[in-house]
Ligand binder design. Structure first.
Ligand SMILES: [Zn+2]
Length: 389
């Protein structure tokens, strides 16, 4: 049997004594319930039933409302008390009502249709059937919703027969079956068929905040929130800006420009540093190559990367080099075997012997090979020297 939903008649009711009709493997069915089952973009209710945690409420295929109770301490026929997690439910009621208003205003004043809706724990998203919604439009929607919140418009749910409801020409087609259609009206703002729960007066929403947008599949998702969550979000952003103004020693008006300038400076310094490192690698390799040694072993202590050394090897025609550099508990190795050097060391032939005992990885193509290893870097150089013909 399906539970009798009390939440439509009494959406503000937070407790109810009911009777267990059925205990199923996937949930408990009660004779009457105030718990709203997940649907229409609105999350299922939580709370406790008979003292046991109610984790979620959903609707079964046969229409029964399933209460997902952890370790249900009761059986069929038992009388139980439902205590609703009211903060959560009320948040959804406020968010949902604000969503009707925003979607109605988007439709009526900007001809932007709502494609889908997601109501979350903190925010809601309205997916608009359009590729672009300007910030100005989003702000106007925000302002219009806030104006109607202040005006404290009434919100009503009325049952219509299908023909009567369809004759109204609503912004959204009626998605439910049956002849009895529940129409939800925010006075002077919006009317649609909806099975969700809403506040009775718009002032209960408190405030409406536009939080930004994201693009998805050629559509725009507008992100909003309401009430205390809106205040928290504003404060969070404000605190972040405060910290940034202190970090950059810049007033709010100059913050973006100052941060952009700092990023540009850092970028240019990074590229200058990279240039200097490449030059240093080139000079150090030339010095090493001029030492008269034929097999060059280099334990890199300088602030240059193995990558720069690899690039510097391009300036030499005859070279046999093994360079190692300690990095994060391991070492990076680089081998260059060019010209006469290539005749004295065949990387592929010596790879296994070279790597043994160093947990080494890596490879490459003639004349450059690169990878990493563990253990004493200097011993890797010694091993390389032993393997050279
Ligand atoms: Zn609704």
């Amino acid at each position: 049997m399906a539970s009798r939903p009390i939440y439509y008649e009494e959406p503000y009711r937070t407790t109810l004594v009911s009777r267990v009709a059925e205990v199923r493997s996937d949930g408990v069915v009660l004779e009457e319930t105030i718990c709203y089952p997940e649907g229409g973009g609105q999350g299922g209710d939580r709370g406790t039933i008979g003292g046991a945690p109610l984790l979620d409420t959903t609707k079964a295929k046969d229409g029964a409302i399933l209460h997902h109770v952890e370790d249900a301490p009761f059986g069929e026929g038992d009388e139980v008390e439902i205590l609703l997690d009211w903060d959560r439910r009320y948040h959804f009621m406020r968010l949902h009502t604000a969503q009707h208003m925003a979607s109605g205003i988007l439709h009526n004043e900007f001809s932007i249709p709502t494609v889908s809706v997601h109501l979350g724990e903190r925010i809601m998203m309205i997916e608009c059937g359009t590729e672009e919604v300007s910030r100005e439009t989003a702000y106007r929607v925000e302002d219009e919703v806030n104006r109607r919140i202040t005006e404290n418009r009434a919100v009503d749910a009325v049952l219509f027969d299908r023909a009567g409801a369809e004759a109204l020409g609503l912004r959204r087609s009626i998605k439910v079956g049956g002849d009895s259609i529940r129409l939800v009206t925010v006075e002077g703002v919006d009317t649609i068929a909806c099975g969700g729960l809403h506040v009775a007066h718009t002032s209960e929403i408190g405030r409406f905040l536009y939080m930004g947008q994201e693009r998805i599949r050629g559509h725009v998702r507008l992100i909003f929130t309401v009430g205390e969550t809106a205040v928290e979000e504003i404060r969070k952003r404000s605190e972040a800006i405060d910290e940034l103004t202190a970090l950059f020693s810049a007033p709010v008006e100059e913050l973006v420009e100052t941060a952009a300038h700092a990023l540009r400076t850092a970028q240019s310094e990074r590229s200058q540093l990279a240039h200097t490192e490449a030059r240093l690698a080139s000079l150090l390799l030339a010095q090493l190559a001029g030492s008269g040694e034929e097999v060059l072993l280099w334990q890199v202590e300088e602030t240059i990367g193995v990558k720069e050394i690899g690039q510097a090897t391009g300036e030499h025609d005859d070279l046999l080099l093994c360079a190692v550099k300690a990095e994060e508990g391991r070492f990076i190795w680089l081998i260059a075997a060019k010209g006469r050097g290539a005749e004295r060391f065949d990387f592929m032939k010596n790879r296994a012997a070279l790597f043994e005992g160093f947990e080494a990885k890596g490879g490459g193509r003639p004349p450059l090979y690169q990878g990493s290893g563990a253990g004493v870097a200097a011993e890797f150089l010694t091993r390389f020297r032993e393997l050279v013909n």
